[in-house]
Design a protein around this ligand. Structure first.
Ligand code: MTE
Ligand code: MO
Length: 310
């Protein structure tokens, strides 16, 4: 399998900041900086990150693609709705409740949650169940770090996640297109897998609201809907928790939802995918088992029938 890790980032690998940062944001950033008296205020602060051996060497999508082709049903159904409406979401202050079967339950401000944590740049393939994909340079850290800190008890077998419920800022939550709040879950070994991250940024900048600010999950070997956005609650539980898309259509979206080119969606093939940003006539690319992350994750599913447990 042609899969390589990026061990060290060279200057040439980095897309110049002015190319991926669009003009509006550049202006907004400059404005924020001026307002802060030209001090390095939080709005202007570039995240400090270290490189990761788990990053792909594939070319990242542009920040424009990553922030203008989104699924975030709290803001509407169209791919362009989140970019339009997500600015209404208040992301500061923000707190995350960590509870359930843990030794040290508590509600943490984002700052407290991040205390002592080193952000890593994780350039991952991202494959939506709708058969499109991107390459996204996330900034984040292993979920296992916060779970280890909280002290997960042996009786906990799964981790449940919940998105903020705030219909006043999220118009989609006033409709019944999905059951709110959006919820997701992982089996404990999946949650502890080093590839599973909580992401707080993209391209070294704080997470754009349409991508799940200020903190979202990224599980790169699973279909995109498992990567729940704008998380306010992380709970260690004994039983497999309900998940939003499984509730909505259990025959179409399983709990595991590992990327699998051999198991088609009931209404479309999962054998290939369209890489966003490639242009109208770019050929579809072959979808890889576990989205190409089999070396890291296949062992977790040994002995399971991935057609039955899809
Ligand atoms: N809370 C919440 N999380 C969500 C979604 C959503 O609608 N609401 N959509 C999911 C789906 S289907 C995908 S493909 C990814 C999209 O992430 P992106 O917009 O940052 O690319 O977010 C996932 N997380
Ligand atoms: Mo998706």
């Amino acid at each position: 399998m042609a899969r390589m890790y990026r061990s060290r980032l060279t200057e040439a690998d980095v897309t110049p900041r002015e190319i991926w940062m669009n003009r509006r944001q550049l202006l907004a950033g400059a404005g924020a900086l001026a307002a802060a008296g030209a001090a390095a205020g939080p709005a202007a602060a570039k995240l400090t990150t270290v490189e990761s051996k788990y990053s792909t060497m594939e070319k990242s999508n542009s920040l424009h693609d990553i922030t203008h082709y989104n699924n975030f049903y709290e803001f509407g159904l169209a791919k362009t709705d989140p970019a339009r409406y997500a600015d209404k979401l208040t992301t500061s202050p923000w707190s995350v409740e960590i509870g359930g079967l843990v030794d040290k339950p508590g509600t943490y401000s984002l700052d407290d949650l991040m205390k002592g944590i080193t952000l890593e740049s994780r350039i991952y393939r991202f494959r939506c169940v709708e058969a499109w994909s991107m390459v996204i340079p996330w900034d984040g850290f292993p979920l296992s770090k916060v779970l280890d800190r909280a002290g997960v008890q042996p009786s906990a077998k799964y981790i449940a996640f919940q998105t903020v419920y705030r219909p006043s800022e999220m118009p989609g939550q006033k409709t019944s297109i999905l059951e709110w709040p959006y919820v997701e879950g992982l089996r404990m070994d999946e949650a502890m897998n080093p590839l599973t991250i909580l992401a707080t940024g993209i391209y070294g900048e704080p997470m754009p609201k349409q991508d799940g600010a200020p903190i979202r999950l990224v599980v790169p070997w699973k279909y995109g809907f498992k990567s729940i956005k704008s998380i306010v609650k992380i709970t260690a539980v004994a039983d497999q928790p309900p998940t939003t898309w499984n509730r909505a259509a259990p025959n179409e979206y399983g709990f595991y939802s590992n990327v699998n080119p051999h198991v088609d969606h009931p209404r479309w093939s999962q054998a290939t995918e369209r890489r966003i940003g490639g242009g109208l006539f770019s050929p579809r690319i072959k979808t890889l088992m576990f989205n190409g992350y089999g070396d890291e994750v296949a062992a977790m599913y040994k002995g399971m029938d991935l057609r039955k447990d899809f």
